[in-house]
Design a protein around this ligand. Structure first.
Ligand code: IPE
Ligand code: IPE
Ligand code: MG
Length: 233
């Protein structure tokens, strides 16, 4: 599928954000440990990145680990950090090849010291990617990001630059309809699509259907939508 097949000839969202939820429930349903759900979730992330490239999305921001996720059992946190590390080690070459710029947003001071150089290398090696900007949110809290940006920025532009672009479409999987401290400022006018499927089942078809829903929505940004006849005169 290409961009022109979306309803109303609308382009794909420029900035797609995803709350990748439901790994634990996916595993529970199969009698598997939660960590197996996270392992399959990492595979789903690879599929999502490929699909985002194909659909012409410019920025993809995914919620991988929230600052509140530190409350989970130590073994689960360790498993998630190991997957993050593996993702960084295995994906950088492919990102460079495909023109994907990789960034990590969130706090770094609580991450293992082994992760920091991996993150920095990945960001440096992929810095010239122009096809897609993939942003991984790790130890991320939007409230905290806002407070930090407000403390350092001197102008509105600097504040916006410190946070990142506005979100066009926010997808959350696994049926929960909440934001969980994700991109609060950036989602001011985001369209939201909540999918019942668990994250490990996410694929290109589900992304296409969410983008179709997005493309069929009328975004007003507080203004009025011009009737078609008048818009063309
Ligand atoms: C999302 O899946 C992954 C992370 C939060 C790290 P969950 O682990 O939240 O899965 P559920 O919500 O318990 O099913
Ligand atoms: C949000 O999911 C964080 C990530 C997907 C990484 P949670 O599963 O942690 O959120 P709540 O607890 O259901 O709000
Ligand atoms: Mg969850």
């Amino acid at each position: 599928m290409n961009v022109s097949t979306f309803p109303n000839n609308r382009p794909a969202p420029g900035h797609l954000a995803i709350i990748m939820d439901g790994n634990g429930r996916w595993a529970n349903q199969r009698g598997l440990p939660r960590t197996e759900g996270h392992r399959q979730g990492a595979k789903a992330l690879r599929r999502a990145v490929e699909a985002a490239c194909r659909f012409g999305i410019r920025t993809l921001t995914v919620y991988a680990f929230s600052s509140d996720n530190w409350k989970r059992p130590k073994t689960e946190v360790q498993a998630l950090m190991l997957l993050f590390r593996k993702f960084l080690m295995s994906e950088v070459a492919g990102c460079v090849r495909e023109g994907i710029r990789l960034s990590v947003i969130g706090r770094r001071d609580r991450l293992s010291e082994h992760l920091i150089p991996l993150i920095e290398d990945a960001e440096r090696e992929t810095a010239r990617g122009e096809r897609l900007h993939l942003r991984l949110a790790v130890d991320y809290s939007s409230r905290e990001a806002i407070v930090r940006a407000a403390a350092t920025a001197r102008t509105h532009e600097e504040f916006s630059a410190a946070l990142g672009p506005d979100v066009d479409l926010l997808i959350r999987t696994a049926g929960e309809q909440r934001i969980s401290d994700y991109l609060l400022w950036e989602c001011a006018y985001a369209e939201m699509v909540f999918l019942p499927e668990y994250w490990p089942d996410f694929d290109e078809k589900l992304m296409a259907s969410a983008i179709n829903t997005f493309a069929a929505r009328e975004r007003r940004f507080g203004g009025l939508v011009q009737p078609m006849s008048r818009a063309s005169s």
